[in-house]
Structures are given as structure tokens and as C-alpha cells.
Design a protein around this ligand. Structure first.
Ligand code: SF4
Ligand code: SF4
Length: 104
């Protein structure tokens, strides 16, 4: 279970570094974020919710029924568009308003 960071999309804003509870993400010499300790990632998704540039992908493995799908986010103000792309390229989008996210 881990994330990958697309170096072409990363702007080096460092928001993901600030929220990772394990300090697993670092910045390279080129000022881009990269995942330094992938084996230690426990999939909290905090970094995905902070990246406004869609640079972070979370691998959804077989252990959680993802069968190799990738989870990314697109953020527009309070709305987080959770995008799940399966291995055939099919896309499922779930929109969550941050203001409602703690309501059950
Ligand atoms: S939040 Fe996104 S754009 Fe900012 S440093 Fe992290 S991966 Fe790069
Ligand atoms: S999913 Fe959570 S633990 Fe893993 S890199 Fe992102 S913030 Fe850190």
C-alpha cells in the first residue's frame, strides 16, 4: 500500500510533506516531492487530500479489492473529486464536499 508522485505534475508546494503523519515524503534536489519510504505508508490518504495538482496516486491493491486501480484527487475549493481509474482506464468519480465530510 503506497502512493506515487508524478514529478511532471508536482509543483513542490510541500503541502503533502506537512500532513504526512509518518514524514514519509521528501523533496528532491529538483524541488519535487517524492515518496522516500513506500513500505511505511499506511494509506491514510492525507497527502491526496492536500495535493491540488493531482500529482499523487494511491495504489489500490488486491488486499482492499482495488485490483490494481489507482486513486487520485482533483480539488476545487471545498470539493474533493476522488477519482478511481481501473486497469482498463475506466474512471469512477466520487465527489465529497469537505464541509460535509465529518457528517454521518
Ligand atoms: S502536495 Fe502535490 S504538488 Fe505539492 S509537493 Fe506534494 S505532490 Fe507536489
Ligand atoms: S497516504 Fe498517509 S501515510 Fe501514506 S504517504 Fe500519504 S500522508 Fe503519508
Amino acid at each position: 500500500m503506497s502512493i506515487t508522485i508524478n514529478q511532471d505534475k508536482c509543483t513542490g508546494c510541500r503541502k503533502c510533506l506537512a500532513v504526512c503523519p509518518g514524514s514519509l515524503i521528501k523533496v528532491s534536489d529538483t524541488k519535487k516531492a517524492f515518496m522516500k519510504y513506500p513500505k511505511d505508508c499506511w494509506g491514510c490518504t492525507s497527502c491526496l487530500k492536500e495535493c491540488s495538482f493531482g500529482a499523487i496516486s494511491f495504489y489500490l491493491g488486491a488486499d482492499i479489492g482495488g485490483r490494481g486501480s489507482k486513486l487520485t484527487t482533483v480539488i476545487e475549493e471545498d470539493i474533493v473529486h476522488w477519482q478511481i481509474e481501473d486497469t482498463n482506464g475506466e474512471l469512477l468519480v466520487i465527489d465529497v464536499n469537505r464541509k460535509d465530510s465529518n457528517q454521518y
